[in-house]
Design a protein around this ligand. Structure first.
Ligand SMILES: CC(C)(COP(=O)(O)OP(=O)(O)OC[C@H]1O[C@@H](n2cnc3c(N)ncnc32)[C@H](O)[C@@H]1OP(=O)(O)O)[C@@H](O)C(=O)NCCC(=O)NCCS
Length: 181
């Protein structure tokens, strides 16, 4: 394990490890996308997505870990890396203290605390890297993401495109419950 890897257990006891994404995660990301339902894809990208564009995957696997941070969650097992979740933030060029985040968990592992674990990882990373605001755009009916965000003190506002913008301050963000260990 690398020094920034985090081991944890989901609610059902499944062992997972959170690791910064590297170029060797490319296939894992593509496999994980294949396991996402149309509903989850729409919730994440706000439009139908049949495939992940190559240049988008390049951005994920080429994250510099400062302006762009991507963490993958794998099952904690020997052998093949099986990716079950991904979270990302990207620092805004025009507002370097602000970063936009997103979180995705493959359907078979949703509601096990993984989305919260991934967001916690991003918050901790943001805190250590001078990000003063994490911002995420969520569709109004996305109860699972709203469920994750409700664990934190967040500001929210409705956007003209129909999404809801959630903002949280990483230095002040404290998860209200211990979800998983
Ligand atoms: C949103 C997402 C990341 C959440 O991940 P997750 O691993 O399911 O999240 P967690 O298990 O940590 O927490 C989800 C919480 O929402 C709650 N929740 C889930 N569905 C819900 C619903 N329909 N109504 C109310 N609450 C709901 C869960 O009960 C849970 O809260 P609890 O632990 O207090 O019971 C995941 O559902 C996902 O990847 N969705 C598709 C992509 C997406 O929408 N990304 C967000 C864009 S930023």
């Amino acid at each position: 394990m690398g020094s920034s890897d985090v081991k944890a257990r989901l609610k059902d006891g499944t062992g997972v490890v959170l690791v910064p994404v590297s170029p060797c995660d490319r296939q894992c990301i593509l496999d994980g996308f294949e396991q996402l339902s149309d509903r989850s894809r729409y919730s994440r990208y706000h439009m139908p997505m049949r495939t992940l564009p190559d240049d988008y995957v390049d951005c994920l696997t080429g994250a510099d870990n400062y302006n762009s941070v991507v963490v993958a969650c794998h099952l904690d097992q020997e052998g093949a890396r099986v990716g079950i979740g991904l979270a990302r933030y990207v620092r805004l060029q025009e507002e370097p203290g602000v970063a936009e985040f997103s979180v995705t968990v493959v359907d078979a592992y949703q509601n096990q605390g993984l989305g919260t674990l991934l967001l916690e990882y991003l918050i901790q990373h943001a805190r250590d890297n001078q990000v003063s605001l994490l911002r995420g755009y969520v569709l109004p009916g996305n109860e699972a993401m709203i469920g994750v965000l409700q664990r934190y003190a967040v500001c929210k506002r409705n956007e003209s495109d129909g999404t809801v913008c959630y903002e949280l301050d990483p230095s002040a963000a404290r998860c209200k419950d211990k979800v998983v260990g």
